[in-house]
Design a protein around this ligand. Sequence first.
Ligand code: GLC
Length: 437
Amino acid sequence: MMIPKPTVGDTSWFTQDRFGLFIHWGLYALPARHEWVKHIEQIPDAVYDTYFRHFDPDLYDPDLWAEAASKAGMKYFVVTTKHHEGFCLWDSALTDYKATRTPAGRDLIGPMVDAFRANGMRVGFYHSLIDWHHPDFTIDDLHSLRQHPDRQTLNQGRDQRRYIEYLHGQVRELLTTYGRIDVLFYDFSYPPGSHGRPADYRGKGHDDWGSEALLQLTRQLQPGIIVNDRLDLDQVEGGWDIRTPEQFLPRQWVMFNGQPVVWETCQTFSGSWGYHRDENTWKSVDQLLHMLIEVVSKGGNLLLNVGPTGRGEFDERALDRLAGMGRWMHHHSRSIYGCTAAPEGIAPPADCRLTYNPTTRRLYVHVFAWPMGQLHLDGLAGRVEYAQLLNDASEVRISQPPPHQADVDGPGGQTLTLSLPVRQPSVAVPVIELFLK
Ligand code: GLC
C-alpha cells in the first residue's frame, strides 16, 4: 500500500473525502471570456474598472451553490477570495477594490462559507499571490502591463515589500474572520527557470511573496490547515502539504523525491476556470466520472471547478454536470469516500479501474466497458468472500470457468472469475463491490 508520510497540515479528512468543488468567481465573470482576460487582452485598469462598476450579482444565493455541490457528492469547497485581477470578494480593510464597493454591496465570502458549512462541507480559500491591480506589485513578464511602453518608469514607484505587507495582511484577515479554514490554495509562483522559463525571465518566487513568513502566519492562524505547493517552497521541509497537478491526469500516484505524496488535481468542466460564455469544450458527465474514479484509483483527490456567472449563478451547463455526477454518487460514493489505490499486486482487468477501502477491506471494480458475461481478476482467487453490484446490491456470482473454457484459457489458477449479467446496469459506470476475506 502506498502510504504518504504525514503532512504538517491535517490531511486525514482530505484523503477520506476525495471530491471537492473549486469556485472561480470575480470581475472576470462579466467579460465572460477567461479569468486571465486582463492579461490576455492587456486591458488597462481604467477600462477594466468598467467591470468593477457593473459587478452586480443580484441572483447570488450561495445556498443554491452549496446544495448543488453537496448533491454532486462534494465534501469540501475552495473559493477564489482574490484572483490575479486583484479584486477581493470579501470586505477587506486593506483595499477599496472589493465587492462591498461594487453594486454587489456586500461581503460575498461570509454567506458562502456559512452555506457550505450548513451542508456539512469543509472550507478552503484560493488566494492569488499575483495581483495585476495593486500599485506596488511590480510589473513582471506575466503582468497585464508587461508590454507597456513605460514599464520601467511605472516600476520605479512600486515597492514589492509593501505588496508583501498587503498580501500577508489580507491572509490574516481571511484566516481570522471566517472561523476554521481547512485549505489554503495559494496561486502561484513563476520564478526564473521554473517550468521551462528562461533564466532571465522576470517572474516571481518565494522572496517576492515572503513565502516562509506567509506559510508560518498561515499555520499559526489556522493550526492543521492544508497548504498547497505553489509558494515556491518545494524543497523546504513542511513547505507544502499537497501536490496540485492541474488540467491533466497523472499516470500514477504522484511522487515527490521518489516518495508518494498526498495530492489533488484541479480540473475544469470546460477550458476556463472563470465563467466563459462561448467556450464549449465541456466534458460529459461520463468523462467527469471517469476522471474522478481514475484520480481516486491513484490515491488522489479531485477538485472540480465551476465559474459562476456575473448574475451570481451556476449556469445550466455546470448544474447539468453536477447533477449527473450526483446521480452516480448517490449509489456509488462508497467506492470513492475513504478509498485509495488498490493494494499492490492487484491489477485492474481491461477497461476497469480499482479503488480500495482499507478500513472496510472492500475492493471496488469500476467497469468502464461492460464485458461479455465474465470478468477475470488475476491474483484474487480465494480472497473474495462475496461480490455485488453497488447500484442495487444484487449478487455477482463468483464462478469457476467451465472445463471447455479452461481448455481454451487454461486453468483458473489465481484468477477470480465473476459472472456478469449480459445487460450493463443502467448506471453511467457500473461498480462491483468485492468483500475481501
Ligand atoms: C492556473 C491558472 C489560474 C487558476 C489556477 C487553478 O494557475 O493560471 O487562473 O486559478 O490554475 O489552479
